[in-house]
Ligand binder design. Sequence first.
Ligand SMILES: *Cc1c(COP(=O)(O)O)cnc(C)c1O
Length: 233
Amino acid sequence: MSIAQNLHQVRQAIADAARRAGRDPAGVLLLAVSKTFGADAVIAAADAGQRAFGENYLQEAVDKIAQVRALRPELALDWHFIGPIQSNKTRPVAEHFDWVHAVDREKIARRLSEQRPAHLPPVNICLQVNVSGEASKSGIAPGDLLSLAQAVAALPNLKLRGLMAIPEPADDEPAQRQPFAQLRELQQQLRSAGINTDTLSMGMSADMAPAIAEGATIVRIGTAIFGKRDYAK
Ligand SMILES: *Cc1c(COP(=O)(O)O)cnc(C)c1O
């Protein structure tokens, strides 16, 4: 199957999941995760109508963004950095990306704000939360989220948009939905504390439908669009 055909199927699946949840499919943004795939794959997706692309590895992403721009300068794409960020590597992220999804420390946020070029709009930020059952060490603990959100909301060159999570894989639907529901409740708690956000970045190829059922506004989809990744390359 081609990238265009895969994209068509993924859009269909998003629309089906949204309708089953009583939601407007237009409220779910498809982020095409193009990590490990080349500029040619990005261009094929863009030619099939895809605008938002997610990348995890900084150097690969910066090179790819430049290649796509050189090959097809007329394409207006949005680039989202979804990988972990080291504090000494914030500058290229601040310079090349429209969104950053995995902010979990104030230091990173402060540097992104300081290093955002003045001619660009604020960077859209999601705070990564370590929701229940996550073995990974990344993501802020739910109990520390409010103070991080307050700090990020106060930074001039960032726009706090919402929350992001990468739950452990689970095999049944109730277990898949639980951490997504938790992320939605955390967003609600921020709202009660006066911090309004509009984004829940949650759901990947294997758990997109349960994420949409719990309110995802961005799903991050790689494999279902581009195929299996080959990290050996
Ligand atoms: C790789 C990646 C994805 C895409 O995962 P698929 O299972 O290929 O859809 C989404 N989010 C993050 C943070 C990733 O690293």
